[in-house]
Design a protein around this ligand. Structure first.
Ligand SMILES: C[C@@](CO)(OP(=O)(O)O)[C@H](O)COP(=O)(O)OP(=O)(O)OC[C@H]1O[C@@H](n2ccc(N)nc2=O)[C@H](O)[C@@H]1O
Ligand SMILES: Nc1ncnc2c1ncn2[C@@H]1O[C@H](COP(=O)(O)OP(=O)(O)O)[C@@H](O)[C@H]1O
Length: 305
C-alpha cells in the first residue's frame, strides 16, 4: 500500500491585533505568525475503497490523551482530505493517521496544522497536481489559520487570519511553552472579547512597527518587548491561574511572556537554548503548568517527509 507523510509545525502569534466583530461573525486580524518546531505528522495510506478514515496517536505525555480529538468526519484532517477530493474529483479514499504532539485546544492551531498536513499528504497520495494557490484556497475554507500552516516561517496575517504574506525575520527564536492540562475554546475567547468591547468597539488592528523592526534585525530582546495579544486579557479572565506563569517568566528573565493565540498555552521567549531549558525547569518545579516544552522557530510549513 502506498503511503505519504507530511510534517507540520505549531503556530504562535507574536502579535495578535483583533478588530470589531464582522457581520459574518469573524474578527479582522492584524497578526504576525511564527511556526515553531513542535510538530504533528499526518500519514495518508492508500485504501481499496473510497472511505477517508482517521486514527490519532499521541506523541506526547499521557495527559494529552485526555484531550478530545474527533476520530470521525469532524477531524480537521478528514475535512481537509474530503475538501481536496471534492475539488479535484478524486474517487479514491485514504486511511489517515495523525501523530499528535501539538497541544489540543492550546491556542497553537493543532487542528489547523493537521488539516494543512492532510492536504499535503493527500495531494501527494492522490497525485491531484494542485497548485500552491489552489491548496491555499482550500486551506482558507477549512479554517482561518490553515493557510499559514501551509506557508510556515514568520508571516503577516490579515483578513480573518487567512491572508498570509511573508515577513523579513532574521535568526532563530527559542521558546518555552507552558501547557495547561485542559484547553480553551477559540470561539468562547472571541465571544469574551466581544463582551469586553460591548460599549466601545476596538480600533482597526495594526501590527506593531517595533515588532517588525526587531524581527528584521534578529533582535530577540526587541521581539520580547514587542509581543502583544488582544485576546490575552480574556484568556487570563477565564484562567486566572495563568498569571503565575508570568511571575515565573519575570523571575527567570524571559525576554517576553505572552498567551499564545486564544490560549491557554503561555509562551516565554528565551535568550538561547540554555536559557529556555532553565525556564522550562523553573516552570515545572514551581508547578504552574501541566508541562513545559521547548521549541524554536521559524520552521517551514506543512511538507512531505
Ligand atoms: C485565535 C487564533 C489566532 O491565530 O488561533 P488559535 O489561537 O485559536 O489557534 C485564530 O484566529 C483562530 O483561527 P481558527 O482556529 O482557524 O479559527 P476558525 O476555525 O476559522 O474559527 C473558529 C471560531 O473562532 C472565531 N474566529 C476565528 C477567527 C477570526 N478571525 N475571528 C473569529 O471570531 C469564530 O467564532 C469562529 O467560529
Ligand atoms: N486533528 C485535530 N487535532 C486537534 N483538534 C481537532 C482536530 N480536528 C478537529 N479538532 C477540534 O478542533 C478544536 C480546536 O482544536 P485545536 O486546533 O487543537 O485548538 P486551537 O484552536 O486552540 O489551536 C477542538 O475542539 C478539537 O476537538
Amino acid at each position: 500500500m502506498r503511503t505519504t507523510t507530511a510534517r507540520v509545525p505549531a503556530k504562535i502569534n507574536l502579535a495578535l491585533g483583533v478588530g470589531p466583530r464582522r457581520d459574518d461573525g469573524y474578527h479582522p486580524l492584524a497578526t504576525v505568525y511564527q511556526a515553531v518546531d513542535l510538530c504533528d505528522e499526518v500519514r495518508a495510506t492508500e485504501v481499496d475503497d473510497d472511505a477517508v478514515t482517521v486514527r490519532v496517536q499521541f506523541g506526547g505525555d499521557g495527559w494529552r490523551e485526555q484531550a478530545p480529538v474527533p476520530t470521525d468526519a469532524n477531524n480537521l484532517a478528514v475535512k481537509a482530505a474530503l475538501a481536496l477530493r471534492d475539488a479535484f474529483e478524486v474517487k479514491a479514499g485514504a486511511a489517515l493517521s495523525i501523530r499528535k504532539v501539538i497541544p489540543v485546544m492550546g491556542g497553537m492551531a493543532g487542528g489547523s496544522a493537521d488539516a494543512a498536513a492532510s492536504l499535503v499528504a493527500c495531494d501527494a497520495l492522490w497525485g491531484t497536481g494542485a497548485t500552491r494557490t489552489q491548496l491555499e484556497e482550500i486551506a482558507a475554507g477549512l479554517g482561518s489559520d490553515v493557510p499559514f500552516l501551509l506557508h510556515g516561517g514568520t508571516a503577516l496575517g490579515g483578513g480573518r487570519g487567512e491572508e498570509v504574506s511573508p515577513v523579513l525575520a532574521r535568526g532563530r527564536f527559542h521558546w518555552v511553552f507552558a501547557i495547561a492540562d485542559h484547553g480553551l475554546s477559540t470561539a468562547e475567547v472571541y465571544a469574551g472579547y466581544d463582551l469586553l468591547h460591548s460599549d466601545v468597539p476596538p480600533p482597526v488592528p495594526e501590527v506593531p512597527a517595533a515588532l517588525l523592526t526587531a524581527l528584521a534585525c534578529g533582535d530577540a530582546y526587541g521581539v520580547g518587548a514587542a509581543l502583544s495579544n488582544d485576546l490575552q486579557a480574556v484568556a487570563l479572565d477565564l484562567r486566572p491561574e495563568l498569571r503565575h506563569i508570568f511571575t515565573v517568566g519575570e523571575r527567570g528573565a524571559a525576554l517576553g511572556t505572552l498567551v499564545s493565540g486564544s490560549g491557554p498555552t503561555v509562551m516565554l521567549l528565551a535568550e538561547d537554548a540554555d536559557h529556555s531549558a532553565q525556564l522550562a525547569q523553573m516552570l515545572l518545579s514551581e508547578g504552574v503548568c501541566a508541562d513545559a516544552v521547548q521549541a524554536s522557530g521559524p520552521e517551514p510549513g506543512a511538507h512531505l517527509v
